[in-house]
Write a protein that binds this ligand. Structure first.
Ligand SMILES: [Zn+2]
Ligand SMILES: [Zn+2]
Length: 497
């Protein structure tokens, strides 16, 4: 072989060796951030949880991936959803260590071989180099278990929270992660509904419910949601389109964010939502502050399976009624004027032409149900005739409607077969006493006391014998309210079983 050729091969080999050396010991702060970062659990590398940072792309072991940016030590992860790129996580990276927010704490990932020496092998419970006996706090979940993979828990030493222990938890056979109607881990087909443990309730669809109180989770969600809206710009927030002083105005917004596989809804408002669509939005005109929700503050609510009461079950279908107040809305935004539609007078309490009917089959339907659920919701002929109202005569009844989601009628609410008291004025009927979700309260749900307990008023679809009123359930009896009032919403629907 020619001597120059030999030299060239040798140079190439040396260059290759140099590359291997550099990537093999990528722990110093000056190295590139590229590499595979493993979670460090109980003194061991947990190879099923890892982040891969290649030149311009990140990916996590659950299959999530996207672009990333590094500014100094800060790393920002982006993901693409529905063709639009959005911020996903913010953390820090450098020196062979990647730190990102996790469920119950901060997650630390290390390039293999880069974990700090004192953590290798785990911290012992007894005396240690720090000179104290560790005083361990509660175990907190940092990576939730799934149906096929173990989770990770961590606890910190109260004497020095740089001391930590981690451990794996068993896989949870019920912890599926649904994506496009299937579990992305075990492949199970997502059931359209599930039964409660006693079989008496059905969980079906999802809606924002419980307020998030965990400060760490809240700051992660705040960060993901980005800047809050102001008078000129909504940012990523969506306008509720609520009324005040008789007009739709911009003062209250929501933002749906997915974090670690769970959905959350943010709520933010710059003035109060009035109890009547016709009132101005001052604090005195609203129940939001009475419920503990104030202006210019971000609140977060977790999307949870909706719990439904089964009112009847026959011929392979079930009539369901939400078992708590999910939301609050006006029945109709104007109480003083009649409309003329197709040559007919339409009164403010006309259900077919009401705001609440449009909202149930529009915003509510598309928020609460995915394709799997929509497939089993039946289109129902909703009876709006005189028999549904409990009156002997009414000029306010409307034609029957064909709907997926509807409100119960006066007649439904006195049906003993559905479990209600046949006496409409029986106050305290437990079947007609419902509580509101945190989410509904943040939107201004009316809560009143009946025998020292708080309950919510909610709309029925039946018109009362005055054009500006419709029936509600109040303190367990059937009462009525002005259609422009913001009252509770308790949807009902038929599903195929
Ligand atoms: Zn300690
Ligand atoms: Zn699964």
């Amino acid at each position: 072989m020619h001597i120059a050729m030999k030299r060239r091969i040798l140079n190439a080999l040396l260059a290759l060796l140099l590359i291997l050396c550099c990537t093999g010991a990528a722990c110093s702060a000056k190295e590139s951030v590229e590499g595979t970062y493993f979670l460090f659990v109980g003194g061991e590398y947990e190879k099923q949880f890892f982040y891969k940072l290649s030149r311009d792309k990140w990916s996590y072991s659950d299959g999530t991936e996207g672009r990333y940016e590094v500014h100094e030590n800060e790393i920002i992860f982006y993901v693409s959803r529905y063709g639009r790129e959005e911020k996903y996580l913010k953390g820090s990276v450098g020196g062979g260590k990647l730190t990102v927010p996790g469920w119950g704490g901060t997650l630390e990932f290390y390039i293999y071989g880069c974990a700090p020496e004192e953590e290798r092998g785990g911290a012992s419970d007894g005396q240690n180099t720090a000179g104290h006996t560790h005083d361990w706090g509660e175990w907190e979940t940092v990576v939730p278990a799934t149906c096929t993979t173990a989770g990770v828990e961590m606890r910190l030493c109260k004497a020095d929270n740089a001391h930590k222990q981690t451990r794996n938890t068993e896989p949870d056979p019920e912890a599926h992660k649904w994506e496009n109607g299937k579990c992305k881990y075990c492949g199970k087909i997502k059931p359209a509904y599930t039964l409660s443990a006693d079989g008496g309730k059905i969980y079906f669809g999802e809606y924002p419910k419980t307020e998030v109180k965990d400060e760490k989770l809240k700051s992660a969600l705040d960060w993901l949601a980005g800047a809050t809206p102001d008078y000129t710009f909504n940012h990523t927030w969506k306008d509720y389109g609520y009324f005040t002083s008789g007009k739709v105005q911009s003062y209250m917004w929501y933002n749906d964010v997915t974090y670690e596989g769970e959905r959350y809804r943010g709520v933010f408002f710059t003035s109060y939502r009035p109890t009547y669509t016709t009132y101005g939005n001052t604090r005195d005109n609203s129940y939001q502050d009475n419920n503990g929700y104030i202006v210019n503050t971000k609140y977060w609510f977790k999307y949870e399976p909706i719990e439904w009461r089964v009112l009847s079950r026959q011929d392979g279908r079930a009539l369901l009624m939400a078992d708590y107040v999910l939301d609050c809305m006006q029945y109709f935004s104007v109480n003083t004027k009649n409309r003329v539609i197709d040559g007919k007078t339409v009164f403010p309490n006309n259900y077919a032409e009401s705001d609440i009917r449009e909202w149930l089959n529009g915003a509510f339907y598309s928020t609460a149900f995915g394709d799997t659920e929509k497939n089993i919701i039946e289109l129902t002929e909703v009876k709006n005739g005189l028999a549904s109202t409990g009156d002997f005569f009414s000029e306010y009844v409307c034609e029957n409607t064909e709907d997926k989601v509807f409100l119960l009628s006066w007649h439904d609410m006195v049906n003993a077969e559905y479990g209600f008291n046949p006496n409409a004025v029986a106050y305290g009927d437990s079947a007609r006493l419902l509580n509101g979700s945190d989410y509904a309260k943040s939107l201004g749900l009316r809560e009143t006391f009946y025998r020292d307990k708080e309950y919510s008023t909610f709309w029925l679809r039946s018109p009362y014998q005055k054009s500006s009123y419709a029936y509600v359930a109040y303190h367990g009896a059937l009462d009525y309210a002005d259609v422009v009032r913001t009252e509770g919403v308790v949807p009902a629907l038929y599903i195929k079983l």
